[in-house]
Design a protein. Structure first.
Length: 317
């Protein structure tokens, strides 16, 4: 976990960005609040740095100085012990209502991360603050897109875990195993290398199922000559990696080799275009154009080729 100064610096950057938004100049506080699992705001963990805990019905009140107050239930008190001096633990809903009222009293405007906030939470914050709410989600995005040293360290570690686990895939595969079994073994390989949990549900596809981008592993059994596609990632302190790897189990056919070469060339073209100032959508477009070759004319092949470039990147992402 980074030191306290790192998280306070993040909070100050958030406030500075939020005050540039419409209505932002009147902000006195920003409230980042979690709902119930799985509805949570990762901005909460970005600001607090808690490495464990779920923190349902918890949140953080951020001030322009970077100082913060965290509120949570007794279930998370131990997980939040690193911020004991800033912590408010409530047992009853009425206790939280009263505390929020005191914390936000006198505020002219309170910022919220609207896309990650439920309507019920928004109304509760507005009622207790008796102030207008300002959506600061654009400020959240602008702050999160630039990673600090601690974030880069965690991302590199998460990427290393996934990359090393990918190297173990050929040793995992065996004739007759199911997609479910292969996915489970790959997740175990990531755990052995330090992953706290998968970044998302691991995708493992054998044969024709590899054409479905967000496929859920089933009981399809592996046979020689099949494509095997794995889309997976590991986590380090809530920071995720995401990697896709495709193998041919056994000897590759002439058609499969041609498809491989098309994907390799498309992938390299994308890498060559990745320089500062490049629009990610343009990179995807170039890779997709290269994948539309006779060797990738089938629907399944086109989707297998194009997924390496990323799924629908937005302009400026």
């Amino acid at each position: 976990m980074a030191n306290r100064a790192t998280y306070e610096a993040r909070a100050r950057r958030l406030f500075a960005a939020a005050r540039k938004l419409k209505g932002g100049k009147d902000l006195d506080a920003i409230v980042i609040a979690n709902g119930t699992e799985p509805v949570g705001d990762m901005m909460f963990f970005y600001l607090t740095g808690f490495p464990s805990g779920i923190f349902e019905r918890s949140g953080v009140v951020v001030r322009p100085s970077g100082k913060m107050r965290v509120f949570t239930s007794p279930l998370e008190e131990e997980s939040a012990s690193s911020r004991k001096s800033e912590l408010f633990v409530y047992s009853k809903r009425s206790e939280l209502d009263e505390w929020l009222g005191r914390e936000l009293k006198g505020s002219s405007a309170v910022g919220v991360n609207a896309p990650e906030l439920s309507y019920a939470w928004a109304m509760e914050i507005k009622r207790r603050a008796r102030a207008k709410l300002v959506d600061v989600s654009k400020a959240v995005q602008s702050v999160r897109v630039v990673k600090d040293a601690e974030e880069l360290r965690r991302l590199r570690q998460a990427a290393r875990i996934a990359s090393e686990a990918a190297g173990a895939i050929p040793d995992i595969l065996r004739t007759g195993m199911t997609e479910k079994e292969a996915a489970a073994e790959l997740e175990h390989e990531m755990s052995k290398r330090g992953s706290t949990r998968p970044s998302f549900s691991t995708i493992c596809c054998f044969g024709k199922t590899s054409s479905e981008p967000h496929y859920s592993p089933q009981n399809v059994k592996l046979k020689p000559g099949m494509f095997t596609l794995f889309d997976f990632g590991g986590t380090t302190a809530r920071y995720c990696s995401d990697i896709t790897r495709t193998f041919v189990y056994g000897k590759a056919s002439k058609e499969q080799r041609a498809m491989y070469e098309t994907v390799r060339e498309s992938n390299q073209a994308g890498i060559d275009l990745m320089v500062e100032g490049t629009n990610a959508a343009d990179v995807h477009k170039e890779c997709a154009l290269l994948s539309q070759r006779p060797s990738c004319s089938r629907r399944a092949a086109r989707r297998t080729c194009s997924r390496r470039a990323g799924a629908s990147p937005s302009a400026g992402s």
